[in-house]
Structure formats: C-alpha cells, structure tokens
Design a protein around this ligand. Structure first.
Ligand SMILES: C[S@@+](CC[C@H](N)C(=O)[O-])C[C@H]1O[C@@H](n2cnc3c(N)ncnc32)[C@H](O)[C@@H]1O
Length: 251
C-alpha cells in the first residue's frame, strides 16, 4: 500500500476483515487518499462454512470505530453482481480472497480483469505450494502467463502484474527478491516464537494441573487416614458394644 499508493483498492472476500483492516491500517498510517472497497456476501462459502450476520455487523462497527476518516465501502454482494459498479481500468490494487477452488478463482480473476487499471496489481491469497486448494494450480498457471512473485508463508500471497510491469521493475531494482527472503525468514521466526509461546502456555497449564492433582491426592490421603483411624476406634469398641448388646455384662 505504501509503495503503490492506490487510488482504488478492492478486496473480493473479506469475512471478519483480517486482511481488509491491514490495508485500511496502511491507508491510515500513511495518510493515503485510497478508497477501500470490501466485497462479500457476508454469508460464507463451502470453505468458511455458512456464518451469521454478526460477522458483517462486527466488520462494520470496527471499520467505523477504528477508521472513521478512511474512505471505506462495505459492499454486500456477489462478486459477479458488484463488478458492474466499477469502471473499466479503475482499480489499482485488487485482492482476490473469495472461494478457493480453481474455477472460482479463475472466474474472479477473469471477471475483474477489465476493471484493473494500467500497471494495476492483483494479490491472490492461499497460493502457497503447501495449500491444498485449486487456487494454487490457477496461480501457477497465471505465473506462466504474467510477471509476478509470491510469498509462501501463512498460506501464501501471490503478487501479479498482468497489465504492465512499471511497479515490478521498480521493486526489482529495490531488491524485492532479497526482501522476500527476509520476509520468509522473519515469518518463520515469528511462527516458531508463537509455537514456543503456545507450548510454554500448555506446559504451565499442565504444571498447574499436576499441582492441583497432587493437592487432591494429599487431601484424599488425609481423608483415608482419618477413616482408617475411625475404623480402628470402632473395631476396638466393637467387643464392648457386642457384649453390652448380648447382655453378658451386668448393668
Ligand atoms: C477466505 S474468506 C475471506 C478471508 C478474508 N480476506 C480474511 O482476511 O480473513 C472468503 C470470503 O469470500 C466470500 N465469498 C466467496 N465467494 C463469494 C462470491 N462469489 N461473492 C461474494 N462473496 C463471496 C465468503 O462469504 C467469505 O466470507
């Protein structure tokens, strides 16, 4: 966002807004004049599962609260319907993150391609080689046809330049491929840190559970000991009570 400074940014597939807010945050931080449009039915698909209206309401209220001065439009629509609201060659940055089958991603790209501005950039989510989606196959097909590159961490992000390489050429001059390597390294490091923190947290919980169970065992041992003493006492009193009951002892 900082590099492109797009006039119009459009996201296909927003869900809870994780990626959309990242773009909005960049607009806010850099004080850009970008118009940000998020398009989604906010009903879900076969990958996210169907979800409730609370998702849209939350995205809407967070956008209002955190980005009050950013030019944001939340368009509740099918991608195929919303496309008619945009002028040809008007979108500088398009993020495709809808349904991830081969056909769906191909359809999204083909449908929205005429709306992309000259030297516009298209981002594709979920294209890492390790992903099990048709989006990976389609992304690789696109890379055979157009210039681009990808980040492989966190399910992957493809960056495509299908309408001119002006931006890509500048990026290459600015060592984009070294930067990608650094991003991959940092993301791996961050992932390992998160995994370590999660393992530490699990360890602490197990430790607390063991302490609790040891306390319980000590308590049960005490109760067992008390019961044993009670039984011993009752046993010692038993002959006297029996004798009394049977009347062998003169009162
Ligand atoms: C993978 S999620 C989006 C994730 C989001 N970008 C994020 O950062 O978390 C896909 C979203 O696309 C929406 N979607 C899928 N196909 C759609 C279509 N044809 N028209 C409108 N929305 C669609 C779904 O409702 C779902 O919320």
């Amino acid at each position: 966002m900082a590099f492109l400074q797009p006039r119009l940014f459009v996201e296909l597939g927003t869900y809870w807004g994780t990626s959309f807010y990242s773009f909005c945050q960049a607009v806010k931080d850099r004080e850009l004049a970008t118009r940000c449009v998020a398009i989604d039915t906010w009903e879900g698909d076969d990958h996210t599962g169907k979800y409730e209206n609370v998702v849209f309401e939350t995205v809407q209220s967070i956008a209002k609260k955190l980005f009050p001065t950013t030019d944001i439009t939340l368009l509740r629509s099918y991608f195929a319907d919303a496309v008619n609201d945009f002028e040809d060659e008007s979108i500088d940055l398009l993020h495709i993150d809808g349904f991830h089958t081969y056909e769906a991603v191909k359809n999204d790209f083909t449908l929205w391609f005429p709306k992309l501005a000259e030297d516009g950039v298209v981002l594709f989510h979920d294209i890492a080689d390790s992903c099990d989606y048709g989006s990976v196959t389609y992304w690789n097909e696109l890379l055979d046809k157009y210039p681009g590159f990808s980040f492989q961490h966190s399910w992957g992000l493809g960056v495509l330049f299908p309408k001119g390489c002006k931006h890509f050429d500048i990026m290459k001059k600015n060592n984009i491929f070294d930067k990608i390597w650094i991003y991959e390294y940092l993301s791996e490091l961050r992932l390992l840190r998160i995994q370590k923190e999660a393992a530490d947290e699990r360890g602490e919980k197990q430790h607390a559970l063991i302490n609790y169970q040891e306390d319980q065992i000590a308590l049960l041992k005490e109760q067992l000991e008390a019961t044993r003493r009670e039984i011993e006492l009752l046993n010692s009193l038993l002959p006297v009570r029996l004798i009394k009951k049977l009347g062998f002892v003169k009162q």
